[in-house]
Design a protein around this ligand. Structure first.
Ligand code: SF4
Length: 366
């Protein structure tokens, strides 16, 4: 018996039928690069539309065609002219690739874009999705697109609960995109997916009430349109370490004034052991004893339970030590001996206060 796989049920002709039907009735039909099979015009629009909205592209598209009516005109132009005309549209690598691509198509294909998406995808600036769109619109080739808008529509419709930029997730979406291609009407289907993503299934406020996919949309059914697609996972926050010395003597703890800037600026805290800010290994107890020696005669040193404090930009691992001293040294005005019994009133950062509150518990440390 054939084992069911994750992708056995991906094909679904009713999906493309819904998209095509909606596109024909409600989609966009009068954009300047529509209603043509001219690959040059279609390619130019697809490159301009990468990362840029239709409204911003319209003027540039018209000016480009006026200045470079054919692919040959564009290929022959000085690169400064191409860059100058692109100026303001952003993502300038696109303009350099556009020019390079025009020259390649002139040199390798006699000025005629190939219709095979695999060949198109080898040209500068044309990825797999753009190649499929150009092939679909210029020659009716059945090929799947998967740009950012389509990923969003798929992630919501099929309830993809992983970040779509992850390679395995993206690969699975491509398989789905391939499986969903209609037998006929690739132009309307491709345009329909683009239109849905751009006009209804928008990033921040999808108009589900008018969406042809609503009946099958997992995000809509489960109220997760705001959560899907899953955002890019945040980079791991950097981790730092602070070795804090709770120097105690006769029911008092030594506090140090912190500089005005930096973390816990202006507050008091415990003296810190220099040179152990990186979380990269054990802290030699000798260093702690030596550093604490400037505050008095060290009688006893004890490692306390470590704490973790999360700041906006990093995570601080606090390695606290309790150091009992016998004879206090003379210290400058940046230090103060504070009664542990009234530690709650000290101007301390929350994690340090918490740490010292434990230290102040009667009987805990004798
Ligand atoms: S129902 Fe809403 S969330 Fe689902 S595909 Fe349509 S517009 Fe997007």
């Amino acid at each position: 018996m054939k084992r069911a796989t994750e992708f056995d049920d991906l094909a679904d002709p009713t999906f493309s039928a819904a998209v095509i039907g909606w596109q024909k009735q409600h989609g966009r039909h009068a954009l300047p690069w529509q209603n043509t099979r001219d690959a040059y015009r279609i390619w130019l629009s697809e490159i301009m539309l990468q990362q840029t909205q239709v409204s911003a592209v319209l003027g540039y598209y018209a000016r480009f065609l006026e200045r470079f009516p054919t692919l040959a005109d564009l290929a022959a132009a000085p690169s400064e002219d191409v860059m100058a005309l692109w100026s303001g549209l952003g993502y300038y690598t696109r303009a350099r690739n556009l020019h390079a691509c025009a020259k390649r198509v002139m040199a390798e294909y006699g000025g005629v874009f190939p219709s095979d998406p695999a060949l198109l995808a080898q040209l500068p600036g044309i990825g797999r999705s753009t190649a499929a769109a150009i092939a679909a619109f210029s020659s009716g080739t059945r090929a799947a697109i998967l740009d950012g808008n389509v990923k969003r529509v798929f992630a919501r419709t099929f309830g993809v609960d992983q970040f779509p930029g992850l390679k395995p997730v993206e690969d699975a979406l491509w398989r789905r995109a391939d499986a969903l291609l209609p037998a006929e009407g690739i132009e309307s289907y491709t345009q329909g997916l683009m239109d849905l993503g751009a006009t209804l299934c928008t990033r921040s406020s999808p108009d589900c009430g008018r969406c042809p996919l609503q009946q099958r949309c997992v995000a809509f059914a489960t109220g997760r349109t705001a959560e899907l697609p899953v955002r890019k996972p945040k980079k791991a926050v950097p981790e730092k370490q602070a070795v804090l010395m709770a120097v105690v003597d006769g029911g008092q703890v030594l506090l140090e004034q912190r500089p005005d800037s930096g973390i816990w600026g202006g507050l008091m805290s415990l003296p810190e052991l220099d040179g152990h800010q990186a979380c990269d290994g054990a802290i030699p107890i000798d260093d702690v004893v030596r550093a604490a020696g400037v505050f008095g005669d060290v009688e006893e040193t004890e490692a306390l339970m470590p704490l973790v404090h999360v700041f906006t930009h990093y995570k601080l691992h606090i390695a606290p030590y309790r150091i009992a001293i016998a004879k206090r040294a003379e210290l400058d005005s940046g230090y103060v001996w504070w009664d542990l019994a009234r530690i709650e009133q000290a101007p301390l950062p929350a994690p340090v206060k918490k740490l010292l509150a434990q230290l102040a518990m009667p009987g805990l440390f004798g």
